[in-house]
Every structure is written in C-alpha cells, then in structure tokens.
Design a protein around this ligand. Structure first.
Ligand code: KG4
Ligand code: ZN
Length: 334
C-alpha cells in the first residue's frame, strides 16, 4: 500500500498545497500573497483573508496536477505552528474538515522542522548527524539533527530573526517587502567592505540581531543627514556591507558549533538560505573545515507545502497522528 499525503502550509504569507507519494514529491503549488508589499511587512489579518481565498483553488490544483482523487489519500497534513494564529487557523481548519469528511488520519507538522526536512525532497540528502542553520523571517536557529524527527535546538536568536534584519534594513533603504532578496541582488554589485556594522556578542551558540539593526538605522540616519543622496549613491555598497556583516554573524556561531559537536555535515534551511552570499561564504569554508555542505533547492527555501508533506511522510511512518481537537500553536517548539 502506498502512502499518499496531501499537505497544507499557511503559517505566514504563502498558501501552499503539496502531494507526496511514498516520500516522492508529486506536486507543490504555491500562491504567494503580494498584498503585503506596500506595508513593509506581513499584515496578519490580510494574510488570513488571502489564505481563506487561496486555499480551495490551491488544494484543487495540487490534487488535479497530481491526478489524484481525494479517496486515494492516506492522510491530510498541515502546519500547526509556529506562525501567525489567523493564518494557521485557515490551514488547520481546512485540513481538519477534509480529514473528517474523508475519514482520513490527520498529521500536524512543525514548520521549522519541515524547513530542515526539505533537504530530503531531493538528492543529495545529508547524512545524520548534521548541523542545520535554519534562517527565516521569524527564526534563526542552530539545530543538531540526529534523525528525521529527532532534532535539538542548540542555539537561537534572543531577539530578531536574521530575515527580519534583512527585511528591516531593506525597509530603511526604501526597498519593498520582503527586502531580503533585493539586498541579495544589489549586494552582488557592491563592495562588502565599504562599511562595517559591529556584530553583537552572545554567549554559547545564541544570536542577537537587534543591535546590528539599530547600528544600521543610526548609520543611515547620520549619513543621510550629511548627504541626502547617500543611500541612492551607495545602494550596492550598503547592501553588500549589511549582507556581509549578517552572514559573518551567522557563520561565526556555525563554525563554533561544528567544532564543539565535531560535526562535518552542515546544512542551511529557511527563506534566508536562498541568499547567494550566504551560500558562497559557506562553500568557501569547505576546504578549511573539511565540511560536506548541503543547500536546499531555491524553491524549497522559502515557505512551501512540499516540506510539510516530506515531514508528514516521516510522521506517517512513525504513526504520529493527531486528533481532530488539535489547535494551531503560534509559538510551537520542537
Ligand atoms: O522561510 P520563509 O519563507 O518564511 C518564514 O518562515 O519566515 O522566509 C522568509 C524570509 C524573509 O525575511 C525574506 O526576506 C528572506 O526569507 N529571504 C531572503 C532571501 N530570500 C528570502 N533573505 C536574504 N536573501 C535572499 N535571497
Ligand atoms: Zn518558513
């Protein structure tokens, strides 16, 4: 009997549905919400409303592209958290209703675990144990991954996520949301050593990005006071310098953790793992540390239901189902 799962993702501003059969991804449909662009960040109520509108067509598309009838499904999976409550409620309620009407088991997935398990959608797949730097708009975590569903957070940010630092810096530069990919694009044309922003020192493998964010704010304010065209004239160099500083902070703790745990299999995951500067900097460390590094395919870096489906596949094998009383957990831990 094959295991066929329909998975839903609705934790933030992407409504997505995917179908996976026996661990092989068949379809992954994503509707990205563009309504937030003009607000400089995700507006929770608008996100919930857009999920409400998108969820039925996205699920229909995923099933019809996969050429699968609902009766063939083995289980329904959904993102339980972490994420925005109203956004999570849409996916959770939809998945529950579908599971109830089809009399199929329900699988609740942790979004951050799923970002890591996106590495198992396609080859090359990392060998256990590996260290994963999970970097998104809401999280920055160093995770020791011992098995598909056995993972431990060994370090994390105490305040802002690195994706937030990218997006807020971009906002100060007048770029539209989400600004991370734009900083990445402009940074390619600039000199990363033009300006320097001091990293915050944190104990152990923890991070803090609020200090550097404030340093960038004051720097831009002071420079613009002196020269009103400062940002316009130096955009590429500013982006390259901000990106360089953020990447150095990320990699500094990753190197320390890899030494401490004596691990040479290294992966990155989450939206910021799409960053070309981070990928290049990590690749550059390979000869010095003898690492095996793993990068997810670009389409599986930012939010998608394929990774939720992958996580659900492993949970199905372990028979980790949940009841229809399950609720979303905006601050879900693992
Ligand atoms: O994982 P994700 O799609 O959503 C969350 O779970 O947060 O990550 C979104 C974050 C945003 O902060 C976005 O700016 C950032 O990932 N991001 C990038 C790049 N692509 C996406 N940041 C830097 N460079 C990129 N190329
Ligand atoms: Zn995410």
């Amino acid at each position: 009997m094959s295991i066929t799962i329909l998975a839903l993702e609705s934790s933030c501003d992407e409504t997505s549905a995917a179908v996976i059969r026996d661990g092989v991804l068949i379809t992954n449909v994503i509707a990205t919400q563009t309504v937030h662009e003009n607000y400089g960040g995700v507006v929770p109520e608008l996100a919930s409303r857009a999920h409400q509108q998108n969820v039925v067509p996205v699920v229909h598309q995923a099933l019809s592209k996969a050429n699968i009838r609902k009766s063939e499904l083995s289980a329904i999976a959904f993102t339980q958290g972490p994420g925005l409550l109203g956004a999570l409620l849409v996916g959770t309620s939809f998945a529950k209703a579908l599971a109830l009407s089809l009399k199929k088991p329900l699988i609740a997935v942790n979004h951050m675990q799923a970002h890591i398990l996106a590495h198992f959608i396609e080859d090359p797949k990392p060998a256990f144990p590996f260290l994963c730097l999970t970097v998104s708009g809401g999280h920055t975590q160093l995770v020791l991954v011992e098995d598909y569903l056995k993972m431990e957070i060994i370090g994390q940010t105490r305040d802002d996520a690195v994706g937030e630092a990218f997006d807020k810096s971009a906002k100060l530069l007048g770029l539209t949301y989400p600004g991370g990919p734009l900083i990445d694009k402009y940074a390619r044309e600039g000199n990363p050593l033009s300006f320097s922003f001091p990293p915050s020192e944190m104990p152990g493998f923890d991070y803090s990005f609020s200090g550097i964010k404030t340093a960038i704010l004051y720097f831009l304010r002071d420079q613009t006071k002196r020269d009103a065209n400062f940002i316009q004239d130096n955009l590429y160099d500013i982006c390259a310098s901000i990106q360089h500083s953020l990447i150095n902070m990320l990699l500094d703790k990753l190197i320390k953790a890899a030494k401490h745990y004596k691990i040479s299999n290294i992966a990155i995951a989450g939206g910021v793992s799409a960053n070309s500067g981070l990928r290049a900097a990590l690749q550059n460390l390979v000869p010095a540390y003898n690492w095996q590094v793993y990068f997810p395919k670009f389409e599986y870096c930012t939010d998608n239901a394929a990774m939720i489906a992958m996580a659900a596949h492993f949970k199905y094998i372990n028979e980790e189902f949940c009841s229809l009383e399950v609720s979303p957990e905006p601050r879900m831990k693992f």
